[in-house]
Design a protein around this ligand. Structure first.
Ligand SMILES: *[C@@H]1O[C@H](CO)[C@@H](O)[C@H](O)[C@H]1NC(C)=O
Ligand SMILES: *[C@@H]1O[C@H](CO)[C@@H](O)[C@H](O)[C@H]1NC(C)=O
Ligand SMILES: *[C@@H]1O[C@H](CO)[C@@H](O)[C@H](O)[C@H]1NC(C)=O
Ligand SMILES: *[C@@H]1O[C@H](CO)[C@@H](O)[C@H](O)[C@H]1NC(C)=O
Ligand SMILES: *[C@@H]1O[C@H](CO)[C@@H](O)[C@H](O)[C@H]1NC(C)=O
Ligand SMILES: *[C@@H]1O[C@H](CO)[C@@H](O)[C@H](O)[C@H]1NC(C)=O
Ligand SMILES: *[C@@H]1O[C@H](CO)[C@@H](O)[C@H](O)[C@H]1NC(C)=O
Length: 435
């Protein structure tokens, strides 16, 4: 399974704890979940792919749902279902609908995914001013079939899901209340700066699997989106890093583009970045200190063409650099100095399918004392070469205290670990919509 960013509902957070990478959801739980419970960052190595459409989450955490008093709380479009116990939601999904039904004025959550809807007309929404969440994913909506201004009138709208449609551009205008805008798997090839710049409350923008090129990012002031925490641009046609990202960003997904270089000091403008996913690009060289970001926890640069290692920030816990061209894991570059009062947090390195002929120097364990495993797997060197790496997986023997700590939140470590490695073998699928 390919990587993705997504929200883990509460019950899934616990499952995340039992995986090799439990630290990420955990960390996120501590630093972010409290203030902002909507997004989470998927533990991509968890085998949750068959969980693609988790049961509907009846409540957006952090969003207050008022239960107004109605005379007829059962008012509901005849095509749909409004649960008597949860009358603010209207379920119209999987019904082969071609038209959006009229939405009663008390409805706050509207589920229209998996239908044959081609158009979004104003009249369906005239009374629907209470809407907070609309799921129109998996329909057949084209940009020119969306009535002008239909969404902007919904001044309470917080989440808009339009993934898997036929949009060619971002709907415009959108209400400034919007926090989640999910537009993946469309045919979007143009970005109008006006469409997104004003969305100051937006925390999550997903544009993965569209047709975006570098030129569309010229003049877009992403930095106006002062609350943006997650930007997904995977599987587009980018050749450069997107410019002008807001300093609030914590998750950046750029997998499966054609980015070939990272400008000097690019990440200095992103001091909160926790996770960077750039696997399946064309990176050959990165500035050796490119990732000198004190917040970075996860770095995925697998499936590029990197020849050299680079500086590892202290905060980093998981490093994925498999399928590159690295011949030597130069520890002097990765760890130019050791601060005995402030050790690196690195626990896991995945470095299979490179050109290593020797394991990483043992000096590494002074610099990275928390290393638990290094996955060397197979290296891309001919089998008759003498210096074959013998150990596919290095596992450090943990001290009893560490072992206990790891066991506590991580009951099936070995099992999950092996599974995580296996999972990565056929990992080439990106689905950022697992929330
Ligand atoms: C919206 O529909 C998608 C299916 O495309 C589903 O995965 C997702 O959970 C739905 N979102 C919400 C918030 O219900
Ligand atoms: C909007 O509400 C008014 C007043 O309740 C009602 O007469 C009208 O039919 C509603 N329109 C739609 C499209 O639901
Ligand atoms: C933006 O978010 C803030 C804080 O949650 C809220 O007070 C404000 O009303 C939101 N803005 C809009 C336009 O909804
Ligand atoms: C990579 O992106 C291309 C389009 O740019 C898409 O066709 C392909 O499915 C993507 N691959 C993965 C593994 O997501
Ligand atoms: C990382 O950045 C800090 C300041 O932000 C600087 O002191 C340090 O030398 C840098 N390290 C490397 C390896 O560039
Ligand atoms: C490792 O990197 C340092 C600093 O760039 C360099 O001086 C040294 O020659 C490199 N060592 C190897 C084995 O490549
Ligand atoms: C440890 O290093 C980080 C980042 O390099 C720094 O922000 C922090 O203040 C350091 N802590 C101590 C105790 O030196």
């Amino acid at each position: 399974m390919f990587s993705s960013f997504y929200r883990i509902p509460h019950q899934k957070l616990n499952m995340g704890l039992s995986s090799q990478l439990f630290i990420i959801p955990l960390l996120f739980g501590v630093t972010v979940f409290c203030q902002y419970e909507i997004d989470d960052f998927e533990d991509e190595y968890e085998n949750e792919i068959d969980h693609e459409y988790p049961s509907i989450f009846h409540h957006i955490p952090g969003v207050e749902y008022a239960f107004p008093y109605f005379n007829t709380p059962t008012e509901c479009a005849k095509e749909c279902f409004c649960p008597p116990t949860f009358p603010i939601a209207m379920y119209c999904d999987h019904r082969k609908l071609q038209k959006i039904p009229s939405i009663p004025s008390h409805i706050q959550q509207l589920y229209l995914q998996y239908n044959d809807i081609e158009a979004v007309h104003l009249e369906s929404f005239v009374n629907a001013t209470a809407l907070k969440e609309i799921n129109l994913s998996h329909n057949k909506i084209k940009s020119d079939m969306i009535d002008a201004g239909v969404f902007v009138k919904l001044s309470n709208l917080v989440q808009l899901h339009l993934q898997y449609n036929r949009l060619e551009e971002i709907p415009f205008p959108l209400p400034k209340s919007l926090e989640h805008l999910i537009l993946g798997f469309n045919q979007i090839s143009s970005l109008h700066s006006k469409a997104i710049e004003g969305l100051a409350n937006l925390t999550m923008l997903d544009l993965c699997n569209n047709y975006l090129e570098d030129s569309q990012f010229k003049g877009i002031q992403f930095s106006n989106m002062k609350n943006l925490m997650q930007l997904n641009l995977c599987s587009n046609r980018l050749q450069s890093m997107p410019p002008e990202l807001p300093s609030s960003l914590m998750y950046l997904s750029l997998e499966n583009n054609s980015v070939s270089f990272i400008p000097d000091n690019y990440f200095q403008k992103l001091p909160k970045l926790l996770a960077l996913r750039m696997s399946h690009n064309n990176l050959q060289e990165v500035p050796h200190n490119a990732f000198n970001i004190s917040s970075l926890v996860e770095l995925n640069l697998g499936h590029n063409k990197l020849k050299h290692a680079f500086y590892i920030p202290r905060s980093l816990q998981h490093l994925y650099i498999e399928d590159n061209e690295i011949e030597v894991m130069n520890i002097t570059l990765m760890c130019p100095s050791i601060d005995p009062l402030n050790f690196s947090h690195l626990t896991y390195i995945r470095v299979d399918r490179n050109k290593l002929t020797a394991p990483i120097s043992t000096y590494a364990f002074f610099c990275f004392p928390h290393i638990q495993s290094i996955y060397y797997g197979e290296q891309k060197i001919s089998t008759n070469q003498r210096t074959q790496l013998r150990t596919p997986v290095f596992r450090r023997y943990l001290t009893p205290e560490e072992y206990e700590e790891a066991e506590d939140g991580n009951e099936n470590e070995d099992q999950d670990h092996d599974h995580d490695l296996r999972g990565r073998e056929d990992d080439d699928y990106f689905d950022p919509y697992l929330y």
